[in-house]
Write a protein that binds this ligand. Structure first.
Ligand SMILES: Cc1ncc(COP(=O)(O)O)c(C=O)c1O
Length: 499
């Protein structure tokens, strides 16, 4: 085939014919997104997607090109108004970080570079290595510790289970499978641990039954004596305990296990000590909160999310492993097409693809680097401490209000409470949905001791006292309304039964 025989359009790239037009459109988009963040308080936290909008949005695969301005209009009309809401200070559901304008700009730069961080010798990899070094420093880990960005803590916890599994069974198990020895492995966590730990055991081929979920105390911390006894019982039954997953901030109420005691037990029993620090681990950045994490420095591995309390835009999960060699043992796999050189682009020896299952990897490190450098670790730590102070303020408001009931101790930044009413589970479930639909606040719910709780997790750096007051006022208003609706319904039901 000669150049002349190529179809004419094949020589066109996807770059614009007119860069000035693209630049003007790009500036409009950037300005709009900066305004979106700056004016976020003027918007509802969340709003339901009208059926008509959902219907209008769904289209056939576009075969023909469209104007960028028209595509952007679809985004502003259909996508932007109906986003998750976690940029808004009234968002307190689940554990979502608020992101920042700086992180957004960094994402744009990362997309421009379009770097693949699977490996090779380029500066974006050095940026990730810099974050690894800073994270080591945060937790007092040795220079031999390895670290890698992943989607989120669910993935980081899964990878930690895989590293611990390979460490327990030996590298050969990667070829031969987990075999009979693998069938005897048992792991330990608390009943309050995140569900992704159970899923990790399942996905790792060890089976979720091999995970012992140990009882917790009244503050939801793992019962270390019960943990010790369960390990001993398993050993005497011929099983092979290999891993303990402690929580630094449980998802329900933010409890931090006694990491020192768990570390000591793991050392004595020769078990892998992993910490799920999805959001709580970054409390290490606050001088006042860091002592609560004492013992985390002894962990064999830590999973955490920079996209939660680190305020880095989604997603920026992270796994750090004390012994980088053992980390590599679990994932590194030679391949001719991934040959390492001493010079040229294929240099750089250890590549991130040796530390996890991903080969293609985006540049999550850049938005994290920008966030840490621009704000500084101390300021991020101060924001984390402020979130906890706001949670204490909310606790105080609840304790002072007879119509509200506190359902769990406030350990960190999570407050579980409810409006007191007959049929309180139903009333409070409806209160939360009404809060969402009214766009006032977005807490989530959980169930504690069989009772439905309104759960406010304060993670967003924008959340202020006024947002907490607005939440309390709206819960009281909607609580009164929903409780009276429920009474009316019961009354009507009583009347119809009487008829
Ligand atoms: C304690 C804990 N572990 C694990 C996870 C899962 O993290 P991710 O959603 O980043 O996968 C969460 C999420 O909130 C969490 O709170």
């Amino acid at each position: 085939m000669t150049a002349a025989s190529l179809p004419p359009h094949a020589s066109e790239t996807l770059d614009p014919r007119n860069w000035d037009e693209l630049r003007a459109q790009g500036h409009r988009m950037l300005d709009d997104m900066i305004d979106y963040i700056a004016d976020i308080r003027e918007r509802p936290v969340w709003q339901p997607i009208p059926d008509a909008i959902r219907g209008q949005f769904r289209k056939e695969l576009p075969r023909k090109p469209s104007d960028l301005a028209d595509v952007y209009r679809d985004f502003t009309d259909f996508v932007l108004p109906y986003a998750t809401g976690n940029v808004h200070p009234g968002f307190m559901g689940w554990v979502h970080g608020g992101g920042s304008a700086v992180g957004m700009l960094a994402e744009m730069l990362a997309a421009g570079l379009n770097a693949n961080l699977g490996g090779r010798d380029h500066m974006p990899i050095e940026v990730e290595r810099q974050i690894v070094a800073w994270t080591r420093q945060m937790f007092g880990f040795p220079a031999t510790a390895s670290g890698i960005f992943v989607t989120g803590t669910s993935m980081a916890n899964l990878m930690a289970v895989l590293v611990a599994r390979t460490d327990a069974l030996g590298k050969l198990s990667r070829q031969r499978g987990i075999g009979e020895a693998g069938a005897l492995l048992t792991a330990y966590t608390s009943k309050a641990a995140h569900g992704c730990i159970t899923r990790a055991m399942d996905v790792a081929g060890l089976g979720s039954d091999a995970l012992r979920c140990i009882a917790v105390d009244e503050c939801h911390r793992i019962d270390v004596a019960a943990l010790r006894e369960t390990i001993a019982r398993d050993r005497s039954a011929g099983l092979t305990p290999f891993l303990v997953v402690a929580s630094a901030g449980t998802v329900d109420i933010g409890a931090i296990d006694d990491l020192k005691a768990v570390a000591g037990l793991c050392r004595k029993e020769d078990l892998w000590f992993h910490v799920d620090g999805a959001f709580g681990a970054l409390a290490i950045l606050s001088e006042t909160l860091a002592p609560r994490l004492a013992g985390i420095e002894h962990a064999d591995s830590i999973a955490l999310d920079f996209h939660k309390w680190g305020q880095v835009p989604y997603d920026a999960g992270f796994l750090m492993v004390r012994d980088g060699e053992r980390h590599r043992d679990a994932f590194a796999a030679p391949a001719a097409y991934l040959r390492r050189e001493t010079r040229g682009l294929a240099a750089g020896a250890q590549w991130p693809c040796d530390l996890g299952p991903d080969l293609s990897r985006g540049f999550r490190a850049l938005k994290t680097w920008f966030t840490l450098k621009t704000y500084g670790a101390d300021r991020l730590g101060a924001i984390i401490a402020r979130c906890c102070a706001l949670a204490k303020y909310l606790e105080g408001r609840i304790l002072a209000e007879p119509r509200l009931e506190l359902l769990a101790p406030v350990n960190l930044n999570i407050v579980c409470f409810r409006f007191s009413a007959d049929d309180a589970d139903k009333v409070n479930g409806e209160v939360v949905v009404t809060l969402h639909e009214a766009g006032i606040a977005a807490p989530s719910t959980t169930v504690l001791n069989g009772r439905l709780a309104i759960r406010a997790a304060i993670v967003n750096h924008r959340t202020d006292i006024a947002d907490v007051d607005r939440l309390v006022a709206a819960v009281l208003e909607f609580g009164v309304r929903r409780a009276s609706d429920a009474r009316t319904q019961v009354g009507k039901l009583g009347q119809s039964l009487a008829v």
